[in-house]
Structures are given as structure tokens and as C-alpha cells.
Design a protein around this ligand. Structure first.
Ligand SMILES: Nc1ncnc2c1ncn2[C@@H]1O[C@H](COP(=O)(O)OP(=O)(O)OP(=O)(O)O)[C@@H](O)[C@H]1O
Ligand SMILES: [Mg+2]
Length: 327
């Protein structure tokens, strides 16, 4: 059985290497105003423009994770789902938090039923789906699927059938995970096509991001990408990424790529208070531009990348892993 992420203790050299750029970050925080302007300038230069319409035949799964809590997984998952939906894709956003997730709170959805009720047979998957903005489907409590291991073969077959139908009717499945790679959600993450580790430039968040990368590094063919959130400049985000990349190469002998960066933006904070996703309420703010750029990157990456396993889609893949874990 795989160890939980906090069992992946970092040695002193790893920790020091991962958070080496700290001094520069403090300086960056001090001049946040000026750097925000520079960042906006850089972003405008790189702005890819309107995302082209896409219609992919295979559902692509994207797991959004982090080592430290509160770094921006849920706001990223929701706004990325909407950016992809705006490009013409059909998107399902799944909450895999072990405790209460908060996607519903972030976009004014009220739902009581979740996937554990589908497993218990109280509701069908169609009945628990919430209709979010731009037609995205929101499903909460995916971690309840782990209880399937204790169910009869007939129940498993029924639930898996419903999950496969969900997959077949969406272009993207975005998984908003809880903090760290807890044993019970590890399989959800490693079965995904793309794994995005969100971190902020805070040393503690970087160290926890590296511990998460370390806990996943033994999984063959898993390509991990970083998403640096709440950065004060593009340069700061680049430094955090390079530090993580260097540490990963040095200690884990593995590669690391960058999915994107999202600047610290008070529009994000306001959008949480308003319960209105910022890509809708403020599509031109710096954070929205960064999310559109991330969506653009993922769409283009998917076009050029072979799906993980053409024969087998996400849920059967996940299901096999959950069963193996249970025995
Ligand atoms: N780019 C940003 N700019 C400003 N504030 C941000 C940004 N990203 C996140 N935040 C702030 O961080 C808070 C936490 O974000 P979020 O709920 O997405 O984190 P999380 O990683 O999902 O947390 P948890 O680990 O509890 O699930 C938000 O409510 C918001 O106030
Ligand atoms: Mg969250």
C-alpha cells in the first residue's frame, strides 16, 4: 500500500533546495504594486487570444492537487472548468475532497446529495449532478466511491456503469482534490491524464508541493505539472518553478513541467465573497487571463499528447486501482 504524503519526509537538503528562492520572494512581496504592472504587461504580451472551439472525442481527466491547504485548488478547478466550457467543451467538475468540499459554495449551488448516496443506492448519478454556470456539471463527494470496495458485485457494476456514462458524455473531467495525497484519494490522482500541483510562492507551500511530487514520483508515466498561484510577478513564479524542477531532477531523477501561473489578484478574493466565479464576473482581470491561458495550454497539450490508455477510460482504470488497494 502506498504511503500517505506526510510519510514522505523531506531530508534537509531537499527542503533547502526546494525553498531556496525565499529571500527573493520577500523582496517581491514588498514591491507588489510595481510588479503587478510588470506582470500584467508580460501577460498581455503572451495573451493567446480567444480560445478556439474544441470538440474532443475522449474525455480528458485533470486532477488538481496540492501539498498545503488553501493554495487555490478549488478556485482554479472551478474557473478552469468554466474557461474550458467557454471554449465549447462539455465539462464535469468533481469534488474529491475527503471533508466537505466547497465548489458549490463558490458558484451558488445548493446540493445535498453526493456520490456516497449513489454508492448507497439512495440516488442515481444523474439525480445528484448539479447544473453549474455555462452548463458545467458539478458532482460532489467523489471520495465516497472508495466505499464501493465493500459493496456487492452488482452494485459496483451499476455505479461503474453510471460513472462511465458520465465520462462518455463529457470532454473534460476536472477533479478538485483535497489537500495532500491522502491514501484514499491517491488513486483518483494517479489515474488522471494530467496532474497539476498547485502551490503559492510561500516556502511552506513549496516544501509541501515538493513532498507531494515526491510521493507521486514512483508512478511511471505520470506527468506532473506545476501551477504557481498567488505570485507577485512572472519572475517570482518562474523562480519557484525552477527551484522545484531542480530539486525534482536532483533528488528524484524525474522531470517536471509547468502548466502555468496565476497572479495574486484581489478580484479572486472578491469573487469568493460574491460567490461568482471571476472568469465570468471579471474576464479581463489578471487572474482570469491566467486561467484562460492555462485552459489554452491544456487544450493544445491534449491535442498533441496520446491519451494515457486508449483501451481503458478513467473510471475503469480508477476502479481497478481502488480494488487492488482494497485487497
Ligand atoms: N490568485 C489569487 N489571488 C488572490 N487570492 C487568492 C488567489 N487564489 C486563491 N486565493 C485566496 O485563497 C483562498 C483559498 O482558495 P481555495 O479555496 O481555492 O484553496 P484550496 O486549495 O481549494 O483550499 P482547501 O485546501 O481548503 O481545499 C481563496 O478563498 C482566496 O481568498
Ligand atoms: Mg478546495
Amino acid at each position: 500500500m502506498a504511503p500517505a504524503v506526510n510519510e514522505f519526509k523531506l531530508n534537509h537538503a531537499e527542503k533547502k533546495s526546494a525553498v531556496r528562492s525565499t529571500a527573493g520572494q520577500i523582496q517581491a512581496l514588498a514591491s507588489r504594486g510595481d510588479q503587478a504592472k510588470v506582470l500584467r504587461g508580460l501577460m498581455e504580451k503572451k495573451q493567446p487570444g480567444i480560445i478556439e472551439k474544441v470538440k474532443t472525442s475522449n474525455c480528458h481527466t485533470i486532477a488538481i492537487c496540492s501539498g498545503k491547504g488553501g493554495v487555490g485548488k478549488s478556485i482554479t478547478s472551478l474557473n478552469l472548468a468554466l474557461a474550458l466550457a467557454q471554449s465549447g467543451a462539455s465539462v464535469c467538475l468533481m469534488d474529491v475532497n475527503l471533508a466537505l468540499g466547497n465548489i458549490d459554495l463558490l458558484c451558488r449551488l445548493n446540493g445535498y446529495w453526493n456520490l456516497s448516496h449513489v454508492v448507497s443506492g439512495a440516488r442515481s448519478l444523474k439525480e445528484i449532478q448539479l447544473q453549474g454556470p455555462l452548463g458545467i456539471n458539478v458532482v460532489t463527494g467523489a471520495s465516497g466511491l472508495t466505499d464501493l470496495a465493500d459493496c456487492s458485485e452488482a452494485v459496483r457494476k451499476d455505479v461503474l456503469g453510471q460513472m462511465q456514462e458520465l465520462e462518455a458524455t463529457h470532454d473534460y473531467l476536472i477533479l478538485d482534490n483535497g489537500t495532500g495525497i491522502h491514501r484514499s484519494i491517491r488513486q483518483f490522482v494517479i489515474s488522471a491524464d494530467d496532474v497539476l500541483i498547485v502551490t503559492t510562492p510561500e516556502p511552506t507551500a513549496i516544501a509541501d508541493a515538493y513532498a507531494t511530487i515526491k510521493s507521486l514520483s514512483s508512478i511511471e508515466s505520470l506527468e506532473i505539472q506545476t501551477l504557481i498561484n498567488q505570485c507577485t510577478s512572472a519572475e517570482q513564479a518562474e523562480n519557484v518553478f525552477l527551484q522545484l524542477k531542480k530539486t525534482t531532477e536532483l533528488f528524484l531523477h524525474a522531470g517536471l513541467s509547468q502548466a502555468g501561473q496565476i497572479p495574486h489578484d484581489m478580484n479572486v478574493v472578491q469573487s469568493v465573497y460574491d460567490r461568482e466565479p471571476f472568469v465570468l464576473s471579471n474576464p479581463n482581470c489578471p487572474a482570469s487571463e491566467a486561467i484562460f491561458r492555462l485552459a489554452h495550454h491544456l487544450i493544445h497539450q491534449n491535442k498533441t499528447k496520446e491519451p494515457k490508455n486508449k483501451q481503458e477510460s478513467y473510471f475503469p482504470r480508477l476502479w481497478k486501482r481502488l480494488l487492488r488497494e482494497a485487497v
